[in-house]
Ligand binder design. Structure first.
Ligand code: G6Q
Length: 554
């Protein structure tokens, strides 16, 4: 038994290095055996494979039979999870230990969705009680806006709500708003401003009446350059039209810093707080979700939280071999490290999930794009893959060609629903037929003999052959609801956690984004100043700055 620290991690130096874990070594040997096995043969040799290699939890069905695995692979992957301390790491997260080592913080997004009345005491404080106090304040505020009781400075009803935030304070709110648009109050226009590019704010406010517009300034730190620049410009836009004392009626804040919120001019009674144990990319179900709650109402928001919590409980308690996030996380490790796959495609066959891939990019890549372990050693295997995707069927008419016939293997998650929220003729069955068709085509392809049997000219047989053996997960559920969205996001959150635990990295810091920010702060004055600045960057950066200054002065 390895020694544990109070962070819930194996004590530094006591965890067997990744590549020396017996399961890793066994997987390496096993991979050599099955790497060339074709899904056609695996299915032909095992008629119940498609009935067996599947799992279900809280209404999400995962068919992972079209992956390049056997029962033995799955057994070894589960062993790898065990030998990587996944069980104790899960327990440590749920107990509020400081598993975000490099920032010395607890990682408790799971507390954001614990039901009222439950309790999680961290450092002497019941965080669940605090969460529900904030939820109650958000709920009454959201209701007042939705009922027209919260009015603007001139007494007009609020018709437009603009969330100003970036990264974790934007991608979750945008994704959730789009995903739950069906359930939203259509009399409210919801918009989102993130980019420091002024076009974003200018286009978002174009044609709007400031007297009917409410800004939610969403920033954990309330110091992020993009958000604060946009917030000040938004404030100017309101004040120009309605006067200085209109700010209180048109601005609310979501932040952990009451001091900075007040310095901006927003009364702290109009601030909704959260805590440093909520990472930005894990914050859509904290007060950062205020725009979501205004759009769909507190009851729907609570349903979404219940979905998150249901998946949390599944992840916390289910045996690894039947645990959806664990299975998906382990498969991700299998492809990344043993097949060398560099990217993963996520294709929702649900138009409302059009921003889900963009949301997942941050969740997966900011979390697991790490090069050292928790103890600062170079990580011994490749970490986080590039996640990307588009809704189906659109992607089929653009980039799927490369997935089918390119020279690189791209594992794909296909997400489908049995019911449409907007049934119209045969649309939905036609859409869904593509989910199953793509999974089948990717797995089984088309052999040269099959191409010839179709009467193809011999000269183009090679072009028309589809190799197949392209892995997919098919995730299927009944219909997209707030509850379902919660389960889906939590599925990927915990898959990321599983991968990060195997790699022994800190999935909850993001030091890699700092350097660029610091350099931009140094360069900005050199672009803004009237006099030609003294430049001491590398010759390329110097030249680019000079060129930019010349071009902007022409
Ligand atoms: C997420 C990151 C990052 C963060 C943004 C916005 O995990 O920390 O994307 O969410 O930089 O930060 P603020 O909310 O502090 O403005």
């Amino acid at each position: 038994m390895n020694a544990m620290t109070d962070t819930g991690h194996e004590a530094p130096g006591t965890m067997t290095p990744l590549v020396q874990r017996p399961a890793w070594e066994a997987l390496r040997a096993h991979h050599a055996d099955i790497a060339s096995a074709h899904l056609r043969d695996l299915f032909a040799a095992d008629l119940t494979r498609g009935e067996r290699l599947r799992a279900e939890a809280v209404g999400l069905h995962l068919d992972y039979s079209k992956n390049r695995v056997t029962d033995e692979t799955m057994r070894l992957l589960v062993e790898l999870a065990e030998q990587s301390g996944l069980r104790s790491h899960i327990d440590a997260m749920f107990a509020g230990r400081h598993i975000n080592i490099s920032e010395d913080r607890a990682v408790l997004h799971v507390a954001l969705r614990m039901p009222a009345g439950s309790s999680l005491v961290v450092d002497g404080t019941d965080v669940v009680a605090e969460v529900h106090q904030v939820l109650a304040r958000m709920g009454s505020f959201a209701d007042r806006v939705r009922r027209g009781e919260w009015t603007g400075h001139t007494g007009k009803r609020i018709r437009n709500v603009i969330n100003v935030g970036i990264g974790g304070s934007d991608l979750g709110p945008v994704m959730a708003y789009e995903a739950l648009r069906h359930y939203s109050d259509r009399s409210l226009a919801m918009r989102f401003v993130s980019n420091i590019d002024s076009t974003d704010l200018v286009e978002a406010t174009r044609g709007l009446d400031p007297a009917e517009t409410l800004f939610i300034i969403s920033s954990k730190t309330f110091s992020t350059l993009e958000t604060m620049t946009n917030a000040h410009s938004a404030r100017d836009w309101v004040v120009r039209a309605l006067g200085e004392d209109s700010v209180a009626s048109h601005f609310v804040a979501v932040s952990t810093s009451a001091e900075r919120v007040e310095a901006f001019g927003i009364d702290s009674s109009n601030m909704f707080g959260f805590w440093d144990w909520v990472g930005g990319r894990y914050s859509m179900d904290s007060a950062i979700g205020l725009s979501t709650m205004i759009a769909v109402g507190p009851e729907r928001f609570a349903e979404m939280l219940a979905g998150f919590h249901a998946m949390d409980e599944h992840f916390r308690t289910a045996p690894f071999g039947q645990n959806l996030p664990v299975i998906m996380g382990l498969l991700a490790v299998w492809y990344r490290d043993f097949f060398g796959c560099q990217t993963v495609g996520v294709m929702p066959y649900e138009q409302y999930l059009k921003r889900f891939p963009a949301y997942l990019q941050q969740l997966t890549m900011e979390s697991n794009g790490k090069h050292v372990t928790l103890t600062g050693e170079p990580v011994q295997a490749d970490t986080g893959a590039v996640y990307w995707g588009e809704p189906g069927t659109n992607g089929q008419h653009s980039f799927y060609q490369l997935i089918h016939q390119g020279t690189t293997v791209i594992p794909v998650d296909l997400i489908g629903f049995a019911k449409s929220l907007n049934p119209l003729g045969e649309h939905h069955d036609l859409l869904s037929s593509n989910v199953f068709a793509q999974a089948k085509a990717l797995a089984f392809g088309k052999t040269a003999d099959e191409v010839r049997a179709e009467g193809s000219a011999e000269a183009v047989v090679p072009q028309r052959v589809m190799e197949g053996n392209r892995p997919t997960n098919v995730i299927l559920a009944e219909v997209l609801t707030p509850f379902r969205l919660g389960t889906l996001v939590a599925l990927y959150e915990h898959s990321v956690f599983t991968q990060g635990t195997v790699w022994g990295i800190d999935s909850f810091d993001q030091w890699g984004v700092e350097l660029g920010k610091v350099l931009a702060k140094q360069i900005a004055p050199q672009l803004l100043c009237a006099e030609e600045p003294q430049l001491d960057h590398d010759s390329s950066t110097n030249e680019l700055i000079r060129l930019y200054r010349r071009l902007k002065d022409t």
